[in-house]
Ligand binder design. Structure first.
Ligand code: ASN
Ligand code: ZN
Ligand code: CA
Length: 333
């Protein structure tokens, strides 16, 4: 058999026990995924430059679910990269971040008590900190999908990371990060419209962001207004996250995978959802066919309407749904 493709076991911190594609190298195994563009997962061992070392061991079982085992975060990161690859491939036919079949690489255990994770276009790589006290690594599925989506955005629309386009860039990462989480269908980390609900980023277990009502985070806007582009991009993302929730699920109260959402509209007019699958297709086509680096909220509405028209026609419920969801965040009417 081909020794470059093995099936290992990951005992992750956030996603329970998962299957990981690994590779054999001599008498050891490595976190190398030759079925997904050769993605590799590294251990920076608290350094902050270079690649550190490729995760490598004699057994093909990775981590034990605890943070005292360095390979646990490796297993989460490898799983996040795997599910993100599969989400893009199987949902949109996109083969990797650049759609060229080439995998990125991931670095875990960056620095000390580093409470962030980031994509870097220049290394074409993903980096994860270990969180406060090195106790809450930022390796959950939605964070992995969020960060790698920054690579997709930068290789497609190229939305500038400031002003309204910056908010749309951030929202695109939240939207497809959430898409990854639902796609993975993992019982330890089921799909939701919350961002960072697993990583204890606020120290009290609450999520970083809420797509049904973004203002629940204390900083994000629920709807567009003329100064929204002056907010930090992680707050000006709010209206687009909210639009995506409304488009997918509709306004009002709804329980999904045990989480209760209550989504308002800016004008009080109820909105009916078209389902997450269609909403994802519309946003992906808008991003990859119609948005540019300077797209603002008004132009994002036009881009999404164009995408819905191309996919479903102008007489479709999906096309009407886009108009209604944008009206619900005070864009168009
Ligand atoms: N984790 C942050 C983000 O993806 C990193 C950054 O500031 N770009 O938004
Ligand atoms: Zn981001
Ligand atoms: Ca989530």
């Amino acid at each position: 058999r081909y020794q470059g493709i093995e099936t290992g076991v990951g005992n992750t911190h956030y996603s329970g026990q998962v299957s990981l594609t690994t590779a054999q190298s001599g008498s050891s195994y490595t976190l190398t995924d030759n079925t997904r563009g050769g993605h590799k997962t590294y251990n920076l061992n608290h350094g902050s430059s270079g690649t550190g070392t490729l995760f490598s061991q004699s057994s093909d079982t990775w981590g034990d679910g605890t943070n005292s085992n360095a390979a646990t975060a490796g297993a989460d990161a490898a799983y996040g990269a795997q599910e993100t690859w599969d989400f893009y491939k199987n949902t949109f036919g996109r083969s990797g971040i650049k759609n060229d079949g080439v995998g990125a690489y991931s670095r875990t255990h960056y620095g000390n008590s580093y409470v962030n994770a980031f994509w870097d276009d220049s290394c074409f790589c993903m980096t994860y900190g270990d969180g406060s006290g090195n106790n809450d690594p930022l390796t959950s599925l939605d964070v992995a999908g969020h960060e790698m989506t920054h690579g997709v955005t930068s290789n497609t629309a190229g939305l500038n990371y400031s002003g309204e386009s910056g908010g749309l860039n951030e929202a695109t990462s939240d939207i497809f990060g959430t898409g990854v989480e639902f796609y993975a269908n993992n019982s330890s980390d089921p799909g939701d419209y919350l961002i960072g609900e697993k990583i204890n980023i606020n120290g009290d277990g609450t999520p970083l962001r809420y797509m049904d009502k973004p203002s629940k985070d204390g900083g994000s806007a629920d709807s567009w207004y003329s100064g929204v582009g002056n907010l930090d991009v992680h707050y000006s993302s709010g209206p687009a996250n909210h639009m995506f929730y409304l488009l997918s699920e509709g306004s009002g109260t709804k329980v999904i995978n045990g989480v209760t959402y209550n989504s308002p509209t800016s004008d009080g007019v109820a909105v009916t959802g078209i389902g997450r699958a269609a909403a994802l297709q519309i946003w992906y086509k808008a991003l990859t066919s119609y948005m540019t680096s300077s797209t603002n909220y008004a132009a994002a509405r036009t881009a999404a309407l164009n995408a819905a028209a191309a996919l479903y026609g102008t007489n479709s419920a999906q096309y009407a749904g886009v108009g209604n969801a944008f009206a619900g965040i005070n864009v168009g009417s």
